[in-house]
Design a protein around this ligand. Structure first.
Ligand code: SF4
Length: 200
């Protein structure tokens, strides 16, 4: 018997975008993998929202006794990455660039820390295009000589289960994806709904 059975498990870095998605994925994979959570989200705005999401994610990692790492918060890098696609809607080119940025940094983190593989908990969201995520993950992995694992965490009712678990754990659940543009889109939806309700 090894002294520490956890060392026998395959290492896997999880790119974390928020605590609710993180909680279900860690809950699901913790027995099988030697997990490392990596919070890498220069897209999130404003900074108060970034700090809130990061702290919640850190608490979830502590709850499951999984190591947690926070990347630097430099929203300027996100602005630069998505600038040519800033006018595109959620789900399109701007999100592809946003995935590329965050998963490239995650792959680089793996390479720098001698961790062989990563994935992202973002695949739990029905709002994220799975093909786009996998393409970004595989390209980032190839560029850094590590492996991207193609999970789809929304399978087997993953999204619904993540909502149930995050309620049980009392986690903050955001109502917009993360960037200032998705926040503006959320605000526009709320405004439109209120106009329609007032008309009714
Ligand atoms: S909507 Fe979400 S995935 Fe798309 S650019 Fe904004 S933060 Fe990134």
């Amino acid at each position: 018997m090894p002294d520490n059975p956890a060392c026998e498990k395959e290492p896997l870095v999880l790119h974390i975008c928020c605590a609710p998605d993180e909680a279900w994925v860690v809950h699901t994979l913790n027995e099988q993998f030697d997990l490392h959570c990596f919070f890498c989200n220069p897209n999130i705005a404003p900074e108060t929202e970034y700090r809130l999401r990061c702290n919640e994610a850190r608490n979830v990692a502590a709850h499951y006794s999984v190591p947690f790492y926070e990347d630097r918060y430099d929203p300027g890098s996100w602005e630069e990455a998505i600038a040519p696609a800033a006018g595109t809607p959620e789900g399109g080119e701007r999100c592809r660039r946003c995935f590329d940025l965050r998963l490239e940094r995650t792959a680089r983190f793996c390479a720098e820390h001698n961790l062989p593989a990563f994935t992202t908990v973002m695949s739990i969201s029905p709002h994220k295009r799975i093909g786009m995520l996998h393409t970004a993950g595989n390209a980032a992995a190839a560029a850094n000589s590590v492996v991207y694992r193609e999970f789809d965490f929304k399978k087997k009712d993953g999204f619904r289960n993540s909502i149930v678990l995050s309620r049980e754990l009392g986690l903050y659940r955001q109502d917009y994806c993360g960037c200032r543009l998705s926040r503006a889109e959320r605000n526009a939806r709320i405004k439109q709904r209120s106009v329609l309700e007032n008309q009714g």
